[in-house]
Design a protein around this ligand. Structure first.
Ligand SMILES: *[C@@H]1O[C@H](CO)[C@@H](O)[C@H](O)[C@H]1NC(C)=O
Ligand SMILES: *[C@@H]1O[C@H](CO)[C@@H](O)[C@H](O)[C@H]1NC(C)=O
Ligand SMILES: *[C@@H]1O[C@H](CO)[C@@H](O)[C@H](O)[C@H]1NC(C)=O
Ligand SMILES: *[C@@H]1O[C@H](CO)[C@@H](O)[C@H](O)[C@H]1NC(C)=O
Ligand SMILES: *[C@@H]1O[C@H](CO)[C@@H](O)[C@H](O)[C@H]1NC(C)=O
Ligand SMILES: *[C@@H]1O[C@H](CO)[C@@H](O)[C@H](O)[C@H]1NC(C)=O
Length: 352
């Protein structure tokens, strides 16, 4: 495929840069005992689906803990809970804001701006263990989006911070924070999940409006060498406009309890991800951000179960504004969220 993008030619895009890691707590490995825990798909994914489909409105969310995260987190974008005591958080540090153009130029609506994508490693007490810089100075693909841990790697998209632009799909080794770029897409990408059963990646573009799928089973066969662009295997629109998904977690292939025994549900195991996000709802001159969580079929983007999340942080940010993850603890569903920028708190709630 021809390297056609004007944006790609006008600014620096560095592919496969080494992560520059600042180790804050040298005696703490990035992952406890360097032992990688199982993914949701191989552990609690089915239980998350079962418990999530008991939720309705309103949900009685019980606050389990609030933990201040050390340091200036910038803008948290995605989170992966890697075992009980580690939280990997992708975070953006914006140094030059993007500026809206009076009319679209080269297919996009704003200037590139500047910044850095970080991967922050925290323990359960909110202590910073390491601060990895994923993008070098001047790289316009400085926006790291939602992330997903697959039992071996953490997946992230490093994209330009503007719609209809470009992104590189990258995997990060949680043991070292080393990064490997796989391929590039001619669109902005934010969220990503790895379906470990089909070995497909599903990425979401600006506002989570389109989902694109790539099979990496035969990688690199069928992929355009970097910095060329690879078209996706398939692309589907998100037909739900209830919230724009920001951060998603692959949960495995499961049957919904509500489908078991029904004609449509018989033998249907769907590839399911849990997604969180917000939508800005405008009423005349006033607006508010509505938060929500949903179970979504990764192949069709049909939402299978969705609940509004009415929780706000102490600073007034909707709980699902930025990263989310989930777990099942003592048979109950817990959600984890880091809504606030810069001065961030990890909130843990349990559905009762
Ligand atoms: C748009 O693309 C053209 C052709 O590559 C380039 O010369 C120009 O600088 C680009 N404009 C902006 C604002 O990026
Ligand atoms: C990570 O490092 C960057 C500088 O390289 C800094 O601006 C940022 O605040 C650090 N993040 C945290 C959480 O300390
Ligand atoms: C991005 O491209 C799509 C499809 O061409 C278009 O509908 C949309 O308005 C564009 N968005 C921006 C912000 O330029
Ligand atoms: C890491 O630091 C080196 C030396 O300062 C610099 O050349 C490189 O661009 C940096 N890379 C990243 C990803 O920050
Ligand atoms: C979604 O993808 C389709 C097909 O590639 C494209 O025509 C459409 O403009 C995209 N929509 C958005 C909002 O990105
Ligand atoms: C940080 O946020 C907490 C609430 O989450 C607030 O109590 C505290 O005052 C804030 N600290 C600063 C320095 O703004």
């Amino acid at each position: 495929m021809k390297i056609s993008s004007a944006v790609a030619l006008t600014a620096v895009v560095t592919l496969g840069a080494a992560t520059n890691v600042t180790i804050v707590r040298p005696n703490e490995p990035f992952v406890p005992n360097n032992k990688l825990p199982k993914s949701h798909a191989e552990s609690d994914g089915g239980a998350i689906v079962d418990l999530f489909t008991n939720l309705g409105r309103p949900v009685n969310w019980r606050l389990i803990s609030k933990t201040h995260l050390e340091g200036d987190t910038g803008e948290p974008e995605g989170m992966a809970r890697v075992g009980d005591d580690r939280f990997f958080i992708s975070a953006g540090r914006w140094t030059v804001p993007t500026k809206t153009y009076p009319h679209p130029i080269n297919g996009t609506d704003r200037s590139a701006g500047a910044g850095f994508a970080h991967m922050l490693v925290y323990d359960g007490q909110g202590r910073l263990i390491a601060n990895g810089t994923l993008t070098p100075p001047g790289d316009i693909q400085y926006h790291g989006g939602g992330i997903d841990y697959d039992g071996r790697y953490i997946w992230i998209t490093l994209a330009q911070y503007r719609p209809n632009s470009t992104a590189t799909i990258v995997k990060i080794d949680p043991l070292t924070l080393d990064q490997t770029p796989l391929f590039r897409t001619h669109d902005h990408n934010g969220g990503i999940v790895h379906d470990t059963i089909t070995d497909e990646l599903v990425t979401l573009n600006w506002g989570g409006r389109n989902a694109t799928t790539w099979s990496i089973r035969d990688y690199p066969h069928g992929f355009t060498p970097l910095p060329g662009f690879t078209p996706p295997q398939s692309s589907v629109p998100d037909r739900s406009f209830y919230v724009d998904y920001q951060d998603c977690k692959f949960l495995g292939h499961h049957m919904l309890p509500a489908d078991i025994g029904t004609a449509t549900g018989t033998n249907i195991r769907r590839p399911i991800m849990l997604c969180g996000g917000v939508a800005t709802i405008q009423y005349g001159s006033s607006s508010f951000n509505l938060g929500g969580l949903a179970l979504v079929d990764t192949q069709t983007m049909l939402s299978l179960w969705e609940v509004p999340i009415e929780l706000l942080s102490d600073l007034g940010t909707p709980m699902t504004q930025n990263p989310i993850d989930a777990a099942v603890v003592d048979g109950k569903l817990r959600i984890y969220a880091v809504p606030d920028q810069h001065n961030s708190t990890l909130y843990v709630y349990e559905a009762n």
